[in-house]
Design a protein around this ligand. Structure first.
Ligand code: HH2
Length: 281
């Protein structure tokens, strides 16, 4: 899959570094509001070994207020423009659910649309089709305001697989090339801690949908619920989840702490490869 100037081939793992340009993201809100801090952070993520930079201007944590398009544009577009004019080396993904924001970000130099709403909002799939760019289709139910009430599943793995498959079909009908889609189970989005763990355990089932997988476990509340760790102390739990994602075959992992996650991901990938080579008992 080509993302911007780079071709992503093989099983990865590829590290997606998170850059949140928001005042209220659950773990790093307010840290990168000044464009110069945002650019420094983007460069630090590159140095740490990120393969892709994911830039977002709206928090999607449970209970987060919706951000008007004008405000989201104001947060995201100048930083993407600045990174591109500085010759930033990584492909850039824009984390948005609004077609207006995605269009402006792509015009400013972003290479991929990462949509927690699965390209289901007005004009989003059509925009991705028109621009011919790759996209992440993530699973969620409801909105940040009401998603906790939607965490009701008979079998979370098969229902997430069915709902992702429906989102994928819808996007393909709108003209999006399936070969340009990455699927994401949406850890923590309308999922309890137990359901997030079940999805990590059942990731292999999502492979049958025929697209690369991206998983975003970084610092999320399922780690806090299982370990009682505060948001700032969830790196060890994040690394365990990253290793599990890579062992299950996820190509992309979306993380805040790239250097540490890269080490965990490389070890997990080496174990995965060795397991693939070992003769049957
Ligand atoms: N998680 C978050 C945001 N965007 N995109 C994808 N594809 N997958 C995810 O799991 C995902 C995502 C939430 O994490 P974060 O960006 O750290 O927090 P916030 O939404 O509060 O800005």
């Amino acid at each position: 899959m080509r993302i911007g100037a780079r071709v992503f081939e093989g099983p990865g793992p590829f590290l997606v570094g998170i850059l949140n340009l928001t005042p209220d993201s659950f773990s790093d809100g307010g840290r990168f509001l000044r464009p110069e801090d945002a650019v420094d952070r983007a460069n630090a993520l590159l140095r740490e070994g990120a393969d892709l930079l994911d830039v977002g201007g709206e928090s999607t944590r449970p209970g987060a207020p919706l951000v008007p398009a004008g405000e989201e544009l104001r947060r995201v577009v100048p930083v993407i423009e600045r990174l591109r004019s500085d010759g930033y080396a990584l492909p850039i993904s824009v984390d948005t659910s609004k077609a207006e924001v995605a269009r402006a970000a792509l015009d400013a130099g972003a290479d991929l649309v990462n949509d927690v709403n699965g390209l289901a909002g007005p004009g989003m799939a059509e925009l991705v089709a028109e621009k011919g760019v790759p996209a992440v289709i993530m699973h969620r139910r409801g909105t940040p305001g009401d998603m906790r009430a939607h965490a009701t599943y008979r079998n979370v793995v098969s229902e997430v697989a069915e709902e992702l498959s429906a989102l994928l079909e819808r996007a393909v009908r709108a003209g999006v090339g399936k070969e340009r889609v990455v699927l994401d189970p949406g850890i923590g989005f309308a999922k309890t801690a137990e359901q997030s763990i079940a999805l990590l355990a059942g990731l292999g089932k999502l492979r049958s949908l025929g697209c690369p997988l991206l998983v975003g476990p970084s610092r999320k509340s399922f780690i806090g619920e299982l370990t009682r760790a505060a948001v700032g102390d969830r790196l060890p739990g994040t690394l365990a989840a990253v290793a599990a994602c890579v062992l299950a075959g996820a190509e992309f992992v979306r993380v805040h702490d790239v250097a540490a996650a890269l080490q965990a991901a490389r070890i997990a990938a080496a174990i995965r490869e060795a397991a693939g080579r070992s003769p049957p008992p």
